[in-house]
Design a protein around this ligand. Sequence first.
Ligand SMILES: C[S@@+](CC[C@H](N)C(=O)[O-])C[C@H]1O[C@@H](n2cnc3c(N)ncnc32)[C@H](O)[C@@H]1O
Length: 297
Amino acid sequence: MDNIFYHQPVMVNEVADFLITAEDGFYIDCTFGGGGHSLYLLEKYKKIKIIAFDQDSDSFNHFNSNEKFADVKDRIVFVRDNFRNIQKRLSDIKIHKVNGLFADLGVSSKQLDDMKRGFSFRSDEILDMRMDRSCKLSAYDVINTYSKEKLQDIFFKYGEESFSKQIAGKIIDYRIKGSIKTCDQLADIIGSVKWSNGKINPATKVFQALRIYVNDELSSLQEMLDSIPEILSDNSRAVILTYHSLEDRIVKQSFKSLQNQGLKIVNKKIIGASEEEIKNNPRSRSAKMRVAEKQNG
Ligand SMILES: C[S@@+](CC[C@H](N)C(=O)[O-])C[C@H]1O[C@@H](n2cnc3c(N)ncnc32)[C@H](O)[C@@H]1O
């Protein structure tokens, strides 16, 4: 039985309040992770059903083996896939419209804290960062085979790293001696180019960039958002939690452009976590919630 700590869900009350418009409806949780949001919703609304997506087999195994889901299992269908395939996977199970869609983007604490997954700059394990380990491309491949220009471009585009050029150059120099195998090895190389400002590890932006690139996160998000008008039934909502500006910009722009496909923006101002939640769960500090509603017709 797997009862390990997986992830502390963020803004559960706010998510429930904005998402649930039909108390006996079908909802999608695009990012099941440790199941914190799904479980909260299923326990609060006894008649709803959830179709849960996650591309990580650890999330699927956690769902299957953790006893806390025992009482709600008959109201969850788990789809182990990238949420970019949502429309196809829904039609495979003969569901065409749902009463709401929720996504809590990024990685879970479990993915970050499990050193073997190679997401953390503190890890002395092989650079990996694949959420879906059946995908071929890992962070190791990117760091050890890509050109200087390509690395620089990735660090700048997905990490907004202002030392992209110098870091990419240092990586290429280092590769002459041998491959860069582990996360902490890469973090040390970055640390030799960039000073730490004390609070934030100098490797943070490059690691974010690599993770986004390896998992093709921004295109997956865009494809999922594009399918929202087709998937949502009238008067139902999409609730999206983002954790960095690149994701938030995509959600903001998509909701805006989907207005001509019947979507209405519910909150003009971003909703964030309460001071109390931020005190208890520092990760919630960067959460931004955006909500859109499908209009009649
Ligand atoms: C922040 S965690 C979700 C945590 C969850 N809400 C909870 O309460 O435990 C994000 C999860 O989404 C998954 N994920 C991220 N991008 C995905 C994608 N494109 N398709 C499917 N799953 C994805 C990750 O594997 C991870 O488990």
